[in-house]
Design a protein around this ligand. Structure first.
Ligand SMILES: C[S@@+](CC[C@H](N)C(=O)[O-])C[C@H]1O[C@@H](n2cnc3c(N)ncnc32)[C@H](O)[C@@H]1O
Length: 332
């Protein structure tokens, strides 16, 4: 039996709201109706309202954590991943080796706990020069292509065809907030152009050049620009090392290629106007961070390129000892 407030039907909604605002609505049960009365489940008194006991229908409780309902052997339960990425309506999840035989049960549980998901894909890691993710559908249905929403934009993306990292949303907005009116921006390793799209939507650059080797990335970037009515994003499919020569000098260059971006830094600095900034992503041993900026400055000085690191921030953990950092490198 459930404790409830008994009110005339026409007062049901106001009583429910009052119970909510006073923190006494009992969410375990549904509101009942009996003979012209509404029965509002409560966990404490609502002054002035008549109380009763009633056999109310329990509310089906949807688990918020898929780990509560994943059907895997008890001994493996502690290995269930505590996080995953969501790209559009697809969850992308790394599954530890011992749980791989149970991947479908894990995917099904995640779908049940998160009804907005259309599919769950198991992440086999990114590979090759194009940084493409190896994905396997483990629950749900449909293609891996989706529309991801970020900072008021709709981004067309297929994480099995083009690198995309939803966790960089904050970094994209940080960079956009630095862009001054009329800037020329080059994104050397742009993927599906999430940086360029956020910059064009939230700042007023004269042009963002979005370069990527992967032709699929270019196609998604074009589609997103069209969908969001953005007309100052120029998409270039090809090698940044070749494409840069044909572009105007830049005020800002984005270099999100954490394994090898520093190899492109001399080129980027040579294409930056004095006072311009390169946002260079780099994966490093955490212990090497302090010495790295100074080493970079010396190496560039030897090439006749003046620079200083104005900011070095950790973006994400890469391994137990390594992290991905972003270095804001100012051209002097
Ligand atoms: C880590 S991903 C970054 C994608 C994008 N910036 C993002 O945040 O989603 C690196 C991208 O660089 C591209 N790439 C690798 N080498 C390149 C090169 N030499 N010139 C242009 N793009 C390159 C890959 O295809 C890949 O899409």
């Amino acid at each position: 039996m459930a404790r409830c407030a008994r009110v005339p039907l026409r007062e049901a909604e106001s009583a429910r709201r009052r119970a909510m605002s006073e923190g006494v609505l009992d969410h375990r049960f549904k509101i009942g109706v009996a003979g012209g009365w509404a029965l509002i489940p409560i966990s404490g008194p609502l002054e002035g309202l008549e109380e009763a006991e009633a056999d109310l229908e329990p509310r089906e409780r949807r688990p918020t954590d898929y780990r509560e309902i994943a059907s895997v052997p008890e001994g493996l339960r502690p290995l269930l991943p505590s996080s995953h990425d969501v790209v559009g309506d697809i969850a992308v999840m790394r599954v530890p080796e011992p749980l791989i035989p149970h991947r479908r049960e894990i995917g099904e549980a995640l779908m049940r706990a998160s009804p907005s998901l259309r599919a769950v894909m198991m992440d086999g890691g990114v590979k090759g020069e194009l940084r493409i993710r190896d994905l396997e559908l483990i629950a749900g249905s449909g293609p891996s292509e989706t529309i991801h929403r970020e900072h008021g934009l709709r981004m067309a993306v297929d994480p099995s065809k083009v690198y995309f990292n939803p966790r960089l949303a904050g970094e994209r907005m940080r960079v956009a907030s630095l862009v001054r009116d009329g800037e020329t921006v080059i994104d050397m390793f742009a993927g599906a152009a999430p940086f360029g799209l956020v910059i064009c939507r939230h700042a007023r650059p004269s042009m963002v050049y979005s370069i990527d080797l992967n032709p699929d990335a270019g196609a998604f970037a074009e589609r997103s620009a069209e969908m969001n009515r953005i007309d100052n994003l120029t998409v270039i499919s090809g090698d940044a090392a070749e494409a840069m020569g044909g572009l105007p000098m830049a005020d800002r260059i984005i270099m999100n290629l954490p394994q090898s971006a520093d190899g492109f830094l001399p080129l980027a600095l040579s294409r930056l106007r004095p006072g311009g900034t390169a946002h260079m992503h780099k994966v490093l041993e955490r212990s090497a961070l302090e010495a790295y900026s100074e080493r970079l400055r010396e190496e560039m000085a030897a090439l006749g390129l003046g620079m200083r690191v104005s900011l070095a921030t950790e973006l994400k953990t890469y391994s137990p000892t390594m992290s991905v950092y972003v270095f804001d490198v100012a051209r002097e």
